[in-house]
Ligand binder design. Structure first.
Ligand code: NAP
Length: 217
């Protein structure tokens, strides 16, 4: 791992058939026990990263609630600065440290709206948020460990750039189906298995009716 970027742990819950949400965006796959496990991971991380579509579809809080612990900084990758003021992340930004990462293409009027809220705006990249640039800035700001909480598009970008150090995936006992349902990793995908990272299986944990897989890169 390069020492000039934070350690990235990809965390997700997927169905047996690899979907992280249904075609309508319902992503309620995790059990209470799994949520507690994830919230323990959150409490140990310096930050959580998500893509703007996850914010738009799930309207998550991304805080530590199912266990005790500090809230990590929430980082939303939002190239054009479109996050809604009505989102729970913006509404709670006065209580939980929040970064909105945008690109140079973010319209001035969107940025003018965003600066009214207690969020930190980081500009990293020309047309969309450039991950390596962003991670270098975050590392300089003492963010050393990040939980990557999706969605599928963001997961692909991190994986294709070799930026995932650990992957912790819960297999929930559902079969979702549907070609339009988001999978764990979206994007273009690798054309050959040879190009895909070969991960090392570190741990398998049975959690009642779920399995938690833990891989290192
Ligand atoms: N089960 C789970 O564990 C889980 C976890 C999270 C999400 N989900 C589900 O996943 C779905 C959303 O996933 P998604 O794939 O549609 O979207 P996503 O990965 O959440 O967000 C993708 C968006 O992020 C923005 N972005 C900014 N910089 C980027 C970069 N460098 N690389 C990639 N994207 C970048 C892009 O929009 P701009 O160009 O506008 O910036 C892009 O369209 C939702 O249905 C949610 O419920 C499930």
């Amino acid at each position: 791992m390069a020492s000039s970027r934070p350690r990235i742990v990809l965390s997700a819950a997927m169905s047996i058939d690899g979907k992280i949400a249904t075609k309508t965006g319902d992503s309620e796959l995790s059990s209470r026990q799994d949520k507690t496990r994830v919230h323990r991971l959150r409490a140990k991380a310096d930050a959580i990263i998500v893509g703007i579509r996850t914010v738009n579809v799930d309207d998550p809080l991304l805080t530590v609630r199912y266990t005790r612990g500090k809230n990590p900084t929430r980082i939303v990758l939002d190239s054009f600065g479109t996050i809604l003021p009505s989102s729970r992340i913006i509404k709670t930004a006065n209580k939980v440290p929040t970064i909105i990462a945008v690109s140079k293409k973010a319209p001035k009027k969107n940025l003018a709206k965003l600066v009214r809220y207690p969020v930190k705006i980081l500009i990293a990249g020309q047309n969309k948020v450039e991950l390596k640039k962003l991670l270098n800035i975050l590392y300089e700001q003492k963010i050393k460990t990040i939980l990557l909480e999706g969605g599928g598009t963001l997961n692909w970008e991190f994986i294709r750039h070799g930026l995932v150090d650990e992957l912790i995936v819960t297999i929930a006992p559902y079969i979702v189906g549907g070609k339009d349902a988001i999978t764990l990793v979206e994007g273009n995908g690798f054309s050959k298995i040879l190009y895909s990272p070969k991960l090392k299986l570190h741990k398998i944990a049975r959690q009642n009716n779920e399995i938690v897989l833990h891989y290192y890169s």
